[in-house]
Ligand binder design. Sequence first.
Ligand code: FPP
Length: 234
Amino acid sequence: MDGNGRWAQKRRRPRLIGHRAGARAVNICIDFCLDRGVRALTLFAFSSENWDRPQDEVGGLMKLFTGALEREVDELDRRGVRVRFIGDRSRFGEGIRDRMAQAEARTLQNDRLDLAIAVSYGGRWDIAQAARSLAADVAAGRIGPDAIDERAIAARLALADLPEPDLFIRTGGELRISNFLLWQLAYTELWFTDLLWPDVDAATLQTALDDFARRERRFGLTGAQVGGNDETAE
Ligand code: FPP
Protein backbone atom coordinates (compact mmCIF):
# COMPACT_ATOMS: atom_id res chain seq x y z
CA MET A 1 0.00 0.00 0.00
CA ASP A 2 2.60 2.50 -1.16
CA GLY A 3 2.25 6.24 -1.65
CA ASN A 4 0.56 7.53 1.52
CA GLY A 5 3.44 9.88 2.29
CA ARG A 6 3.55 11.35 -1.23
CA TRP A 7 -0.24 11.71 -1.25
CA ALA A 8 0.02 13.91 1.87
CA GLN A 9 3.09 15.81 0.64
CA LYS A 10 1.27 16.72 -2.58
CA ARG A 11 -1.34 18.40 -0.37
CA ARG A 12 1.30 19.94 1.91
CA ARG A 13 -0.02 17.90 4.81
CA PRO A 14 1.86 15.74 7.35
CA ARG A 15 2.61 12.17 6.26
CA LEU A 16 0.25 10.80 8.91
CA ILE A 17 -2.68 12.44 7.12
CA GLY A 18 -1.69 10.31 4.13
CA HIS A 19 -1.71 7.17 6.29
CA ARG A 20 -5.17 8.10 7.54
CA ALA A 21 -6.37 8.47 3.95
CA GLY A 22 -4.69 5.11 3.31
CA ALA A 23 -6.85 3.55 6.01
CA ARG A 24 -9.97 4.69 4.10
CA ALA A 25 -8.63 2.97 0.97
CA VAL A 26 -8.18 -0.19 3.07
CA ASN A 27 -11.92 -0.20 3.75
CA ILE A 28 -12.68 0.29 0.05
CA CYS A 29 -10.41 -2.63 -0.77
CA ILE A 30 -12.03 -4.94 1.80
CA ASP A 31 -15.52 -3.97 0.53
CA PHE A 32 -14.37 -4.70 -3.01
CA CYS A 33 -13.12 -8.18 -2.06
CA LEU A 34 -16.35 -9.02 -0.23
CA ASP A 35 -18.39 -7.75 -3.13
CA ARG A 36 -16.46 -9.67 -5.82
CA GLY A 37 -16.01 -12.90 -3.86
CA VAL A 38 -12.24 -12.59 -3.42
CA ARG A 39 -11.53 -15.10 -0.63
CA ALA A 40 -8.16 -13.91 0.67
CA LEU A 41 -6.57 -10.49 0.96
CA THR A 42 -3.18 -9.73 2.47
CA LEU A 43 -2.31 -6.09 3.13
CA PHE A 44 1.29 -5.00 3.65
CA ALA A 45 0.77 -2.36 6.33
CA PHE A 46 4.16 -2.14 8.04
CA SER A 47 7.41 -3.81 7.07
CA SER A 48 10.29 -5.05 9.24
CA GLU A 49 12.23 -2.08 7.85
CA ASN A 50 9.51 0.53 8.62
CA TRP A 51 10.53 0.48 12.30
CA ASP A 52 13.48 2.69 11.26
CA ARG A 53 11.21 5.54 10.12
CA PRO A 54 11.07 8.71 12.28
CA GLN A 55 9.66 7.90 15.71
CA ASP A 56 6.63 10.15 15.40
CA GLU A 57 5.60 8.44 12.16
CA VAL A 58 5.99 4.96 13.69
CA GLY A 59 4.04 6.05 16.80
CA GLY A 60 1.33 7.61 14.66
CA LEU A 61 1.00 4.46 12.58
CA MET A 62 0.69 2.33 15.73
CA LYS A 63 -2.11 4.61 16.97
CA LEU A 64 -3.78 4.39 13.58
CA PHE A 65 -3.61 0.57 13.62
CA THR A 66 -5.04 0.25 17.12
CA GLY A 67 -7.73 2.87 16.45
CA ALA A 68 -8.75 1.15 13.21
CA LEU A 69 -8.82 -2.22 14.98
CA GLU A 70 -11.09 -0.93 17.70
CA ARG A 71 -13.40 0.80 15.26
CA GLU A 72 -13.58 -1.83 12.55
CA VAL A 73 -13.46 -5.22 14.24
CA ASP A 74 -17.23 -5.39 14.97
CA GLU A 75 -18.08 -4.56 11.38
CA LEU A 76 -15.47 -6.98 9.99
CA ASP A 77 -16.86 -9.71 12.21
CA ARG A 78 -20.43 -8.93 11.17
CA ARG A 79 -19.42 -9.17 7.52
CA GLY A 80 -17.79 -12.57 7.89
CA VAL A 81 -14.15 -11.47 7.70
CA ARG A 82 -11.54 -13.58 9.49
CA VAL A 83 -8.71 -11.30 10.58
CA ARG A 84 -5.15 -12.31 11.32
CA PHE A 85 -1.85 -10.53 11.68
CA ILE A 86 1.38 -11.84 10.23
CA GLY A 87 4.81 -10.61 11.23
CA ASP A 88 7.15 -10.36 14.18
CA ARG A 89 4.81 -9.53 17.05
CA SER A 90 7.60 -9.50 19.61
CA ARG A 91 8.43 -5.96 18.50
CA PHE A 92 5.02 -4.56 19.47
CA GLY A 93 3.92 -3.38 22.90
CA GLU A 94 1.69 -5.64 24.98
CA GLY A 95 -1.41 -3.48 24.39
CA ILE A 96 -1.27 -3.85 20.62
CA ARG A 97 -0.43 -7.55 20.87
CA ASP A 98 -3.49 -8.12 23.07
CA ARG A 99 -5.75 -6.23 20.67
CA MET A 100 -4.45 -8.25 17.73
CA ALA A 101 -5.07 -11.51 19.59
CA GLN A 102 -8.59 -10.38 20.55
CA ALA A 103 -9.47 -9.43 16.96
CA GLU A 104 -8.19 -12.82 15.76
CA ALA A 105 -10.09 -14.77 18.40
CA ARG A 106 -13.28 -12.82 17.80
CA THR A 107 -13.29 -13.41 14.01
CA LEU A 108 -11.80 -16.91 13.94
CA GLN A 109 -14.99 -18.67 12.85
CA ASN A 110 -15.67 -16.38 9.89
CA ASP A 111 -15.17 -17.67 6.38
CA ARG A 112 -16.18 -15.08 3.77
CA LEU A 113 -12.80 -13.36 3.51
CA ASP A 114 -9.42 -14.23 5.01
CA LEU A 115 -7.86 -10.86 5.77
CA ALA A 116 -4.19 -10.97 6.73
CA ILE A 117 -2.56 -7.75 7.85
CA ALA A 118 1.21 -7.89 7.52
CA VAL A 119 2.74 -5.78 10.27
CA SER A 120 6.40 -5.85 11.28
CA TYR A 121 6.53 -8.32 8.43
CA GLY A 122 9.26 -9.18 5.95
CA GLY A 123 9.44 -12.06 3.51
CA ARG A 124 12.97 -12.79 4.71
CA TRP A 125 11.78 -12.79 8.34
CA ASP A 126 9.07 -15.27 7.34
CA ILE A 127 11.52 -17.68 5.68
CA ALA A 128 13.96 -17.32 8.59
CA GLN A 129 11.29 -18.13 11.20
CA ALA A 130 10.22 -21.19 9.18
CA ALA A 131 13.86 -22.35 8.99
CA ARG A 132 14.30 -21.79 12.74
CA SER A 133 11.21 -23.81 13.54
CA LEU A 134 12.37 -26.71 11.34
CA ALA A 135 15.89 -26.54 12.80
CA ALA A 136 14.41 -26.80 16.30
CA ASP A 137 12.54 -29.97 15.27
CA VAL A 138 15.72 -31.46 13.80
CA ALA A 139 17.74 -30.57 16.91
CA ALA A 140 15.09 -32.22 19.12
CA GLY A 141 15.12 -35.34 16.95
CA ARG A 142 11.47 -34.94 15.91
CA ILE A 143 12.38 -34.90 12.20
CA GLY A 144 15.52 -35.68 10.20
CA PRO A 145 17.27 -33.18 7.88
CA ASP A 146 15.94 -35.11 4.89
CA ALA A 147 12.41 -34.10 5.86
CA ILE A 148 13.23 -30.47 5.01
CA ASP A 149 11.88 -29.96 1.53
CA GLU A 150 9.84 -27.23 -0.17
CA ARG A 151 6.60 -28.54 1.26
CA ALA A 152 7.99 -28.57 4.82
CA ILE A 153 9.22 -24.99 4.53
CA ALA A 154 5.94 -23.80 3.00
CA ALA A 155 4.05 -25.44 5.87
CA ARG A 156 5.88 -23.30 8.46
CA LEU A 157 5.42 -19.95 6.72
CA ALA A 158 2.82 -17.37 7.63
CA LEU A 159 -0.32 -18.06 5.56
CA ALA A 160 0.60 -21.75 5.23
CA ASP A 161 -3.10 -22.61 5.35
CA LEU A 162 -4.01 -20.40 2.37
CA PRO A 163 -3.37 -20.93 -1.33
CA GLU A 164 -0.46 -18.93 -2.73
CA PRO A 165 -1.59 -15.46 -3.86
CA ASP A 166 -2.97 -15.18 -7.41
CA LEU A 167 -2.40 -11.47 -7.75
CA PHE A 168 0.02 -8.98 -6.22
CA ILE A 169 -0.87 -5.29 -6.47
CA ARG A 170 1.63 -2.55 -5.72
CA THR A 171 0.65 1.10 -5.83
CA GLY A 172 2.85 4.19 -5.80
CA GLY A 173 4.82 3.65 -9.00
CA GLU A 174 7.70 1.54 -7.66
CA LEU A 175 8.39 -1.67 -9.55
CA ARG A 176 9.58 -3.91 -6.75
CA ILE A 177 8.38 -6.43 -4.18
CA SER A 178 10.15 -4.83 -1.19
CA ASN A 179 10.42 -7.92 0.98
CA PHE A 180 6.72 -8.84 0.86
CA LEU A 181 5.71 -12.52 0.61
CA LEU A 182 8.94 -13.62 -1.08
CA TRP A 183 8.39 -17.37 -1.04
CA GLN A 184 4.65 -17.27 -1.66
CA LEU A 185 4.88 -14.94 -4.69
CA ALA A 186 6.87 -17.43 -6.83
CA TYR A 187 4.05 -17.78 -9.39
CA THR A 188 1.89 -14.82 -8.46
CA GLU A 189 0.88 -12.39 -11.20
CA LEU A 190 2.35 -8.94 -10.52
CA TRP A 191 0.41 -5.74 -11.17
CA PHE A 192 1.76 -2.23 -10.68
CA THR A 193 0.12 1.19 -10.81
CA ASP A 194 1.42 4.74 -10.45
CA LEU A 195 -1.65 5.61 -8.39
CA LEU A 196 -0.88 6.44 -4.77
CA TRP A 197 -2.56 4.08 -2.30
CA PRO A 198 -5.09 6.63 -0.91
CA ASP A 199 -6.31 7.25 -4.50
CA VAL A 200 -7.10 3.58 -5.10
CA ASP A 201 -10.79 2.87 -5.58
CA ALA A 202 -13.00 0.00 -6.73
CA ALA A 203 -12.40 0.90 -10.41
CA THR A 204 -8.63 0.57 -9.93
CA LEU A 205 -9.04 -2.82 -8.30
CA GLN A 206 -11.44 -3.96 -11.01
CA THR A 207 -8.86 -2.97 -13.68
CA ALA A 208 -6.28 -5.09 -11.85
CA LEU A 209 -8.68 -8.07 -11.76
CA ASP A 210 -9.53 -7.63 -15.46
CA ASP A 211 -5.83 -7.56 -16.39
CA PHE A 212 -5.28 -10.62 -14.22
CA ALA A 213 -8.12 -12.46 -15.97
CA ARG A 214 -6.38 -11.94 -19.34
CA ARG A 215 -3.08 -13.44 -18.21
CA GLU A 216 -2.15 -17.00 -19.08
CA ARG A 217 -0.71 -18.72 -16.02
CA ARG A 218 1.65 -21.50 -16.98
CA PHE A 219 3.44 -22.38 -13.72
CA GLY A 220 6.52 -23.45 -15.70
CA LEU A 221 4.58 -25.54 -18.22
CA THR A 222 4.18 -24.78 -21.94
CA GLY A 223 1.28 -22.83 -23.34
CA ALA A 224 0.00 -26.02 -25.00
CA GLN A 225 0.07 -27.90 -21.72
CA VAL A 226 -2.11 -25.37 -19.99
CA GLY A 227 -4.53 -25.15 -22.87
CA GLY A 228 -3.24 -22.02 -24.64
CA ASN A 229 -2.02 -21.72 -28.25
CA ASP A 230 1.63 -20.78 -27.91
CA GLU A 231 3.66 -24.01 -27.94
CA THR A 232 6.96 -22.23 -27.43
CA ALA A 233 6.07 -20.21 -24.35
CA GLU A 234 7.85 -21.11 -21.13
C1 FPP B 1 3.62 3.01 2.64
O1 FPP B 1 3.49 4.30 2.06
C2 FPP B 1 2.58 2.83 3.63
C3 FPP B 1 2.80 2.52 4.95
C4 FPP B 1 4.15 2.33 5.53
C5 FPP B 1 1.67 2.41 5.90
C6 FPP B 1 0.44 1.71 5.39
C7 FPP B 1 -0.63 1.93 6.36
C8 FPP B 1 -1.90 2.20 6.05
C9 FPP B 1 -2.47 2.16 4.68
C10 FPP B 1 -2.80 2.57 7.17
C11 FPP B 1 -3.94 1.70 7.48
C12 FPP B 1 -3.70 0.26 7.55
C13 FPP B 1 -4.47 -0.58 8.24
C14 FPP B 1 -4.26 -2.05 8.06
C15 FPP B 1 -5.51 -0.11 9.18
P1 FPP B 1 4.65 5.35 2.26
O2 FPP B 1 4.41 6.10 3.53
O3 FPP B 1 5.98 4.67 2.18
O4 FPP B 1 4.44 6.30 1.03
P2 FPP B 1 5.54 7.16 0.28
O5 FPP B 1 6.38 6.19 -0.51
O6 FPP B 1 4.72 8.04 -0.58
O7 FPP B 1 6.32 7.93 1.31
